[in-house]
Design a protein around this ligand. Structure first.
Ligand code: NAI
Ligand SMILES: O=C(O)/C=C/C=C(\O)C(=O)O
Length: 486
């Protein structure tokens, strides 16, 4: 059986302990590979390799040389598009139609966009007066932060890992990545692309394993890691913050959400239905930006619910290679247990199950997969856990509202603040409401429309810091002020 090894100092290496765990295809439950689990020794070797590369060839390269190499990495992903696609879809079960449009192209773009960006970002300069009249000049220079620990999740594995690695390397850092234990393959494959592109050994390192008491915890606790960037659950973010406090290391955290969609009676209903269908069900609902709470103005409530139900029931459930499929399985049976526990809770609390609420009948060869039905509820109280907690599954609760003020209050009522989508044809209302929503990202008449130059991150318990465009540079570099007395 195929083995997935760590990538340390430009080479694939196994664990000294010999510990392996299963990589499972969630579409059929079959084990597709054995993954090496890193111990402290492998994590330490990876961090040492990253430090040496920082002091060595990577640290000495000009920005032009570095960014040229990163463009070759982007081209390398594109050249091996089908291999990345296959690996991503086997790990996650997601439809190829989705991954070929989102995950893999973004994996390449995350390198090329930041390679271009770092060449064009100026720093500040201030002239100042001095008592002797000669003056002084201050100017900023950016330097790499150092060795960056990257902890990435399983929902958009290549996209979210490279969203961190791309800017980190463009800024001159070196990285040690710990991908999710559920989805190691594309992170592993990227090592081959790095070598072929001429990235010096030790710049990009990968260690596999779990979170607590495993590779994730060893990496975040390692004293020679200078900064940690993480996407995942809010509780894990808190644990990582605590680990980073030792040694006062900076963190960038993109955490959970329980995002609200607000549909006003004046919305273009076709657009609102299409967007809400995507935001609730794309990637089987496993997108941190997804809409799990939908607030619909009363005059169009019944029509909206009926049309969203029809849209959900028209989704085609199937395995990644099925060209008609636009709805795959959840990432794992463990995650399915969590999602189904909320389906049960909704039923126990007396929700109206508009559609779904269970497990679909699948053909025999897919019966071992982590399938669930797209699900819509109405009628739950605002304090139900189904309405207040991140489920991260293909489901949403729809509730009516009457006034703009009420919609804003409902949207802001939770400790999360990642993203929101507002649907209205009234431009004044769109700006007014967008300004009041407590979230890092607000879409108007759209969802998941991404310009990589923009700030991306969460408010409240949905994260700390922003990445994207120049904001990534804020995290991945140290801005130093040089003050020259003239
Ligand atoms: N993009 C997002 O916002 C994501 C949110 N989630 C949410 O989190 C829930 C649980 O999923 P998990 O995979 O368990 O998410 P998680 O947040 O525990 O895992 C994400 C990453 O963090 C690592 N990790 C976990 N504990 C760690 C620790 N103590 N130190 C260092 N690294 C650690 C994991 O190995 C993985 O690489 C999901 O049901 C979903 O609600 C999960 C994945 C992505
Ligand atoms: O477009 C992006 O950079 C990120 C999208 C999605 C997530 O961050 C997520 O689902 O975690």
């Amino acid at each position: 059986m195929k083995e997935i090894k760590h990538f340390i100092n430009g080479q694939y290496v196994g664990s000294a302990s010999g510990k392996l765990f299963d990589n499972v295809n969630p579409a059929n439950g079959q084990v597709i590979a054995k993954i090496h689990e890193a111990g402290e020794a492998e994590v330490d070797a990876a961090v040492k390799a990253a430090r040496a590369a920082l002091k060595g060839p990577w640290g000495k390269m000009s920005v032009a040389e570095r960014t040229e190499i990163l463009h070759r990495v982007a081209a390398g992903i594109t050249a091996r598009f089908d291999e990345f696609l296959e690996a991503e879809c086997q790990d996650t079960g997601k439809p190829k139609s989705l991954a070929s449009h989102i995950d893999i192209p973004r994996g390449a773009a995350n390198f090329s966009v930041f390679a271009d960006l770092v060449k064009n970002v100026p720093t500040e300069a201030f002239e100042m007066a001095t008592p002797d009249g000669s003056g002084a000049l201050n100017y900023g220079v950016r330097r790499p932060k150092g060795v960056i620990g990257v902890i990435s999740p399983w929902n958009l594995p290549l996209l979210l890992m490279t969203w961190k690695v791309g800017p980190a390397l463009a800024c001159g850092n070196t990285v040690v990545v710990k991908p999710s234990e559920e989805t190691p393959s594309t992170t592993a494959l990227l090592g081959e692309v790095m070598n072929a592109a001429g990235v010096p050994a030790g710049v990009y390192n990968v260690v596999h394993g779990f979170g607590g008491d495993s590779a994730g915890a060893f990496l975040t606790a390692h004293p020679d890691v200078d900064g940690i960037t993480f996407t995942g659950e809010t509780g894990t973010g808190e644990t990582i913050m605590r680990a980073a406090a030792k040694g006062v290391r900076q963190v960038s955290l993109e955490l959970g959400g329980k995002n609200a969609g607000i549909v006003f009676a004046d919305a273009d209903l076709d657009k609102a239905i299409e967007g809400t269908l995507r935001s609730a069900f794309a990637n089987c609902g496993q997108v941190c930006l997804g809409t799990e709470r939908v607030y619909v103005q009363r005059p169009i409530f019944d029509a909206f619910v009926a049309r969203l139900k029809a849209g959900a029931e028209a989704l085609t459930i199937g395995e990644p290679n099925d060209p008609k499929a636009n709805f795959g399985p959840l990432v794992s049976h463990k995650h399915r247990e969590k999602v189904l526990s909320y389906y049960q809770k909704a039923q126990d609390e007396g929700a109206t199950i508009v559609t779904g609420g269970g497990v679909p009948d699948m053909p025999a060869h897919l019966a071992g997969g982590a399938w669930v039905q797209p699900t819509i509820w109405t009628g739950l109280p605002d304090d139900s856990p189904v309405v207040t907690e991140e489920i991260f599954g293909p489901c949403c609760h729809i509730r009516p509202f009457d006034t703009e003020e009420e919609a804003v209050e409902l949207a802001n009522s939770l400790p999360y603040g990642l993203a929101s989508a507002i649907w209205t044809e009234n431009a004044s209302r769109a700006h007014r409401v967008a300004g009041q929503i407590e979230a890092g990202i607000v879409w108007v008449n759209s969802w998941f429309l991404r310009d990589l130059r923009t700030a991306f991150g969460g408010a409240k318990q949905s994260g700390i810091g922003r990445e994207g465009g120049v904001h990534s540079l804020e995290f991945y570099t140290e801005l130093k002020n040089v003050c020259v007395k003239l």
